[in-house]
Design a protein. Structure first.
Length: 260
């Protein structure tokens, strides 16, 4: 009897969790198709805000730069993290521990502390804030997360793998490309996914380091006092992309299981 009650309570709590978590998202998606600007009253179905989204050059410019910065920061941070992880595996234990602890500082720091530090750095060197400084900032906070993901995988590999590849005639670059990269490919993609998500989603650091240039997060924040369902349409498209990506991954995973 007690077990039955506990199961009922757990199911109720789970349902409440999903309602609280997903109700605002569902509401946003529904009102992205609203005919009028209202975010609370339904006036009829319309694609007007999607049409407004794809004809608004200012929003499209911000979306383009957000994606470009996310892609560039992801690629650069993953490359840095991969080579740094390989180098760390060859470093003495005491130095390795110290470097890893230093690497973990940006992860444990609140975003506001990192943002202020980067802001002071750019101001000190009189670097004009914009998309370039935003890119540098995103690389700086994505790289530690990429190292945290990639380093354990490289550490788990045979220590003599590179030397063995070089003994077989491979040059250092070839040894890394042919002996190391294929074995850590899935981990690199996972690190890239985390880095891209963090860069694309970032607000605080982008707000402090971007100056007058904006990404999607800072643009939406600047428009909070206005009722603009165009951002509902943009957010709905982002959610649709995420859902399609999850479905694609699930189908791919199920096909692999069937093949095995």
């Amino acid at each position: 009897m007690k077990k039955t009650k506990s199961k009922i309570y757990s199911k109720i709590l789970m349902i409440l969790f999903f309602i609280i978590y997903y109700a605002p998202i569902v509401s946003m998606v529904i009102f992205s198709f609203n005919k009028e600007r209202s975010l609370t009253t339904w006036y009829g179905f319309s694609f007007a805000w999607y049409n407004e989204l794809f004809t608004n050059s200012a929003i499209l410019k911000v979306v383009f730069w957000t994606i470009l910065i996310a892609v560039c920061s992801t690629v650069i941070s993953v490359i840095i993290a991969t080579f740094a992880s390989i180098a760390l595996c060859k470093t003495k234990k005491n130095w390795r521990k110290l470097i890893l602890q230093i690497n973990n500082l940006p992860i444990t720091n609140p975003d506001i502390v990192t943002a202020l530090g980067l802001l002071l750095l750019f101001v000190s060197f009189r670097i004009s804030r914009g998309y370039f400084t935003m890119l540098l900032a995103h690389i700086s906070f994505c790289t530690p997360y990429a190292i945290v993901n990639i380093y354990p995988k490289i550490k788990a590999l045979d220590e003599n793998l590179i030397e063995a590849a070089m003994d077989l005639g491979a040059k250092p670059k070839e040894a890394i490309r042919k002996a190391i990269i294929p074995q850590i490919k899935s981990t690199v993609f996972a690190a890239a996914a985390i880095s891209f998500t963090m860069s694309f989603d970032d607000f605080v650091i982008s707000y402090f380091t971007g100056g007058t240039d904006q990404n999607i997060s800072t643009l939406i924040y600047s428009q909070l006092k206005k009722t603009n369902p165009t951002f509902n349409a943009l957010s709905t498209l982002i959610i649709l992309f995420i859902v399609l990506k999850i479905i694609f991954d699930k189908i791919k995973e199920s096909r692999k299981k069937e093949e095995n």
